[in-house]
Design a protein around this ligand. Structure first.
Ligand code: G6P
Ligand code: MG
Length: 216
């Protein structure tokens, strides 16, 4: 039957998590805050505003709203500078075959991302037309692990939550999917994403028979 397949963007469809990391690291360094890969895990799936708060907290820094706004703009401009030349090569291995298979099988395909930069990224990588529905950081008020973004996506596809499948690389996103009673599929490390119903290192480990079992 028809299911809703909801994809996170950064770290699931495209390899942009590394650019977020570089941009946050640069800002942290400028503020004299140590920022490691480990710290970065906490920012995955988390909104831009909340990410800055987490970083300032790491450094024990209290800042005015004016400074925060300035840094948020700076981080985003820095992040966007990495995206200027991106194209379909930024799509992670194994993702396109799954998307085209789902399209062939007439399944609902949605984006469920916290990013406000989602649409230009889907355009630049040439896959925006594969999505029936796009819900991103411009549409939601409550960030993951709040399930709002996934609930909106399933609703727009007219599919019940139990018939929705979520692909996520972040702990917050897996929690959001679970709270929504959706089937959570973690993309990444098993020890980080252990709350997911299924976990795959990346999309190349997902075969057609697995996708078929989700549809049937
Ligand atoms: C995703 C990423 C986060 C990012 C957030 C907001 O959830 O995993 O690293 O901070 O989106 O993205 P934006 O492009 O709006 O800054
Ligand atoms: Mg992600």
């Amino acid at each position: 039957s028809k299911k809703a397949f909801i994809f996170d963007l950064d770290g699931v469809i495209v390899d942009t998590a590394k650019y977020h990391y570089l941009a946050w690291k640069k800002l942290a360094q400028q503020l004299g805050i140590e920022f490691t890969h480990q710290h970065n895990e906490q920012l995955k799936g988390v909104s831009r505003v909340r990410s800055l708060d987490i970083i300032l907290n790491l450094g024990g820094i209290q800042a005015s709203q004016e400074d925060k706004n300035k840094w948020l703009i700076q981080k985003n401009e820095d992040y966007l500078s990495y995206l200027v030349n991106i194209d379909e090569r930024e799509i992670l291995p194994g993702v396109l075959p799954v998307l085209t298979y789902l399209k062939e099988k007439n399944q609902g395909i949605a984006l469920g991302s916290a990013s406000k930069n989602a649409k230009p990224i889907l355009e630049k990588t040439g896959i925006i037309n594969l999505f029936d529905v796009i819900v991103d950081g411009n549409d939601v008020t409550n960030a993951k692990p709040d399930p709002e973004v996934f609930l909106q996506a399933a609703k727009k596809l007219n599919i019940t939550n139990e018939n929705a499948i979520v692909f996520e690389d972040s702990v917050a996103g897996i929690q959001a999917a679970n709270i929504a009673n959706m089937i959570s599929i973690g993309i990444g490390e098993a020890n980080t994403l252990h709350e997911a119903k299924y976990i795959f290192k990346d999309f190349t480990f997902i075969d057609v028979s697995f996708i078929e079992s989700l549809i049937n």
